[in-house]
Design a protein around this ligand. Sequence first.
Ligand SMILES: [Zn+2]
Length: 181
Amino acid sequence: MTWNKEGIPHKGWHCIDVEDLADLVDGTEEIPYEQCEMCGNERIRFVHLMQHPDYPHELRVGCVCAEKMSDDYVNPRKAEDVLRKRASRRKNFNNKEWRFNPEKQTYSKKYKGEYITIKKSRYGNFGIFFANERFWNYNGKKFYSFESAERAAFEIFEELHTTQAEREHQYWLSRRNYYGE
Ligand SMILES: [Zn+2]
């Protein structure tokens, strides 16, 4: 057990990132669980990436160890909660099926009141249309398969989706400016 290994500090770690391993696969594949690098026991889905000023490597650990190492019994769980909710939003997004429009050769879905569309370009890659914008890549990555476009569609939706209330508010603001108030 690493907790007993010499040279590895027990306290004074801080978390630099938390990953959800389930986010790497789609709903049908098995989650690539990892073993906690601190205790070796936990079968982890959420990896807390821990860093220490006196230790040269980052450690990938589970929630229980992350709590002890950082002496923080609130934020590690909170971070997992945020990712868990995101995962469930992604699942809901993916459960809503794309509708193929043979005329336009597009795949669209209406989700939470907004349309999002995927279209194959004549070069074979895919583009995403949402909120009056076109995306031919996301974070610098082009979409060479429908699946990769679908993954990015969720990210883009998360980033740009506005609620009905927000849209009405924006509309109201634009009207107000229009009338020069
Ligand atoms: Zn552990």
